[in-house]
Design a protein around this ligand. Structure first.
Ligand code: HEC
Ligand code: HEC
Ligand code: HEC
Ligand code: HEC
Length: 170
C-alpha cells in the first residue's frame, strides 16, 4: 500500500515539475516576441543602408510573385519579412528585419542612440541584442537561400553575398 502512495506522490511531483518547465518556456517565448515595424522605420536613422538595400532584389522580392503566388503560403514565406506587422499587414519583400530581427523594441532611441552607443558601445550593443537585434550570419540567409521549396535556387556563398545586401562604402 505504501509503495503505491509513494509512486503516486512521485508521479504528481513529476507532473508539477513538467508544468513548471512548460510555464518557463512559455514565458521565454513571450519575451522573445518583438513586433515587426517595416524597413521605412529604419530609414530615418540608417539612410545609407536603406537607399542601398532599396536598389537590391530583396526590396522587390514580393513583387516578382504573381497574384496567385502571393496567396500561396508555400511561396510567400521566403518572399516577405517575418509574418505580420503590428497592424496585421504583411511586410512585402525581404526587408531589414528579415535579417536583423523584428525591430519594435531595439529601434527605440533609448537603445539606438548615437551618443549613448558611442560612449558605451558594448552595453548598448548588448541591450539591442537583448531587444531582438540580430547580427546576421550564414544561418540567417540559408533559411531562404536553400533548395527545398525554392525552384529558382542558385548556389549561395555567404562570404561573397553578404556585401551585396546593402553595399555601403565606409
Ligand atoms: C532612432 C534612430 C534609429 C532607428 C529608428 C534605428 N536605428 Fe539602428 N542604430 C542607430 C544608432 C545610432 C546605432 C548605433 C551605431 C551607429 O551609430 O551607427 C544603431 C545600430 C544599429 C545596428 C548595429 C550597427 C553596428 O555597427 O553594430 C544595426 C544592425 C541596426 N542599427 C539596424 C537597425 C534596423 C534594422 C532598424 C529598423 C528596424 C533600426 N536600426 C532602427 C539608430 C537607429
Ligand atoms: C525556401 C525559400 C523560398 C521559397 C519557399 C520560395 N522561394 Fe522563390 N526564391 C527564393 C530565393 C532565395 C530566390 C533567389 C534565388 C536564389 O538565390 O536561390 C528566389 C527567387 C524567386 C524568383 C525570381 C527568380 C529570378 O531569377 O529572378 C521567383 C519568380 C520566385 N522565387 C518565385 C517563387 C514561387 C512562385 C514560389 C512558390 C512556388 C517560391 N518562389 C518559393 C526563395 C524561396
Ligand atoms: C539580406 C539580409 C539583410 C538585409 C535585408 C539588411 N541587412 Fe543590414 N546587414 C546584413 C549583414 C550580413 C550585415 C553585416 C555585414 C558584414 O558583416 O560585412 C549587415 C550590417 C548592417 C549594419 C551595420 C553597419 C553596416 O552598414 O555594415 C547596419 C546599420 C544595417 N545592416 C542596417 C540595415 C538596414 C537599416 C536595413 C534595411 C534598410 C538592412 N540592414 C537590411 C544583412 C542584411
Ligand atoms: C526571407 C528570405 C530571405 C533571407 C532571410 C535572405 N534572402 Fe537573399 N533573397 C531572397 C529572395 C526571395 C531573393 C530573390 C529576389 C528576386 O530575385 O526577386 C534573394 C536574392 C538575394 C540576392 C540577389 C541575388 C542575385 O542573383 O542578384 C543576394 C545577393 C542575396 N539574396 C543575399 C542574401 C544574404 C547575404 C542573406 C543573409 C545575410 C540573405 N540574402 C537573406 C530571400 C531571402
Amino acid at each position: 500500500m505504501r509503495k503505491v502512495t509513494t509512486i503516486i506522490f512521485l508521479m504528481l511531483a513529476l507532473f508539477a515539475f513538467a508544468a513548471l518547465l512548460m510555464a518557463e518556456e512559455a514565458a521565454k517565448e513571450e519575451k522573445a516576441a518583438h513586433d515587426y515595424v517595416g524597413s521605412a522605420k529604419c530609414k530615418m536613422c540608417h539612410k545609407a543602408e536603406f537607399t542601398a538595400w532599396e536598389a537590391t532584389p530583396h526590396a522587390k522580392a514580393f513583387d516578382v510573385l504573381s497574384d496567385e503566388e502571393k496567396a500561396k503560403p508555400e511561396c510567400v514565406s521566403c518572399h516577405i519579412t517575418g509574418t505580420l506587422a503590428k497592424d496585421g499587414s504583411t511586410i512585402e519583400g525581404v526587408g531589414c528585419e528579415a535579417c536583423h530581427g523584428p525591430g519594435g523594441d531595439y529601434k527605440s532611441p533609448k537603445i539606438m542612440s548615437k551618443k549613448k552607443w558611442a560612449a558605451d558601445p558594448d552595453t548598448y550593443k548588448q541591450m539591442a541584442i537583448d531587444a531582438g537585434l540580430v547580427y546576421p550570419t550564414e544561418e540567417t540567409c540559408v533559411r531562404c537561400h536553400k533548395k527545398e521549396g525554392n525552384a529558382n535556387f542558385k548556389e549561395f556563398n555567404f562570404e561573397e553575398m553578404k556585401g551585396k545586401v546593402h553595399p555601403v562604402s565606409e
